[in-house]
Design a protein around this ligand. Structure first.
Ligand SMILES: Nc1nc2c(ncn2[C@@H]2O[C@H](COP(=O)(O)OP(=O)(O)OP(=O)(O)O)[C@@H](O)[C@H]2O)c(=O)[nH]1
Ligand SMILES: [Mg+2]
Length: 409
């Protein structure tokens, strides 16, 4: 294809493999989410006809789309990446879209929950990471700024995931319209107090700020959010060019997805996959996962306290006490688990020693029996020898008596 995807430098930034990355695409049905994911990783994640199907009629009536997860193994320059794409086919396609983002929030929380569960086990080999590391939010190229639904969805996701707003189907806007639309969307985002992910200098990102893309060289290409993207599933080799490009062909001309003059797809991919993938993973852990973990522990502590004395701890001091108690209980549980593991190991060693002891005892008894048998055989031999000596002596005495009798005659 036209370019490398850009994750081949992961071993330079992340200390250990295997590398896992999860990217989510959220936005109104038909805005090009699946096309974008396909174009982003230069592969047909869904195949030509296997795009996640639209939500069931019932789900649509309820105003909820589906959330589909798919993991594929990618390889680039010998580096393996387990890529999970979370797509939201048919999102917000109903008439009443209230709460249509709930399944998305639930998907993010389930992955956090699973990670927390695996992380808290005493005997854990490697914690597999299925947490959503970034969410590309597709904004419809209406030219009129953010809609209420966009604000609601982004507000619901902002503290759960690294939110990256993009203008979908940017090829539908003229250059001037795009500039105005970008400014309008950013001012709407800032007015609504929505925190989006910022591509900061040197790959060290910052979740939570708005605007401010660092312009230094180490920050990679200079881009202002929301990023204008276009995607396509059509490959075409430009005349004379060796590599194929993804293009959109119109009666009046061709839009090249890989041409930075046509859209911001390539520089965005460079920032997202090539430079900031490590930071997206770290920021997910340090900001969003930690927030989830803290809230979950507080909730558990409150539940514990409430179930103990039937009152919900309402004051900060009571909350602190409940939390302290929870941590103490968790510590005691961990100590119990560790001493169980210790006892099991000691038991195993004891058994090994007992086996060894009984083996040595058996060997000793066999040796003793052998020695006794040899002793008995020797005694018998000595007895036989002594009897023979006595018989010889008697024979000698009889001979001597006979001789002396003959001499006296
Ligand atoms: N003009 C234009 N059309 C696009 C672009 N990307 C995708 N499309 C077209 O938009 C239509 C929908 O694209 P999909 O990728 O299926 O959109 P989606 O958001 O995954 O849709 P759902 O899965 O139904 O929610 C297809 O006909 C695409 O060819 C783009 O950048 N510009
Ligand atoms: Mg789709």
């Amino acid at each position: 294809m036209a370019d490398d995807v850009g994750f081949a430098n992961l071993p330079n930034t992340l200390e250990t493999g295997p590398f896992e990355f999860t990217i989510m695409a959220v936005g109104e049905a038909g805005l090009g989410k699946s096309s974008f994911l396909n174009t982003l990783f230069e592969c047909d994640l869904y195949g030509p006809r296997a795009y996640p199907s639209p939500p069931s009629l019932q789900a649509e009536e309820e105003g909820r789309g589906t959330v589909s997860r798919m993991t594929v193994q990618l390889q680039e320059d010998g580096v393996d990446l387990a890529l999970t794409v979370v797509d939201t086919p048919g999102f917000a396609a109903a008439i009443n879209n209230t709460g249509c983002w709930d399944p998305i929030v639930e998907d993010i929380d389930v992955a956090f929950d699973r990670y927390m569960d695996e992380e808290s086990r005493v005997s854990r080999s490697r914690v597999s990471d299925t947490r959503v590391h970034c969410c590309v939010y597709f904004i419809s190229p209406t030219g009129h700024g953010l809609r209420a639904l966009d604000k609601a969805v982004m507000a619901a996701l902002q503290h759960k995931v690294n939110l990256i707003p993009v203008i979908a189907k940017a090829d539908l806007l003229t250059t001037d319209e795009l500039v105005r639309f970008k400014a309008r969307v950013m001012s709407d985002i800032s007015e609504a107090g929505i925190a989006t992910y910022t591509f900061a200098a040197g790959g060290g990102g910052a979740g939570g700020g708005e605007g401010d893309v660092d312009t230094s060289e180490s920050a990679g290409p200079q881009l202002d959010p929301p990023y204008a993207v276009s995607s396509s599933s059509v490959d075409c080799a430009a005349s004379g060019a060796e590599q194929k490009h993804r293009v959109r062909q119109y009666p009046w001309g061709t839009m090249d997805v890989h041409n930075p003059d046509h859209c911001e797809f390539v520089p965005l991919r460079q920032l997202l996959i090539g430079i900031h993938m490590q930071d997206l993973i770290e920021s997910t852990h340090a900001n969003h996962y930690e927030r989830f973990r803290r809230e979950k522990l507080e909730e558990m502590a409150l539940k514990g306290a409430a179930s103990q004395d039937n009152t919900v701890a309402a004051t900060p001091m009571a909350q602190f006490e409940a939390q302290k108690e929870y941590y103490e209980q968790a510590l005691a549980k961990k100590q119990e688990e560790m001493s169980a593991v210790f006892e099991a190991k000691v038991g195993e060693k004891n058994k090994q020693m007992q086996d060894m002891e009984s083996k040595l005892l058996t060997q000793h008894e066999a040796l003793e029996r052998k020695l006794k048998a040899q002793q008995r055989a020797l005694t018998q031999k000595r007895q036989a020898f002594q009897e023979e000596v006595a018989m010889q002596k008697e024979a000698m005495a009889q001979l001597t008596t006979k001789k002396s009798k003959r001499l006296f005659k």
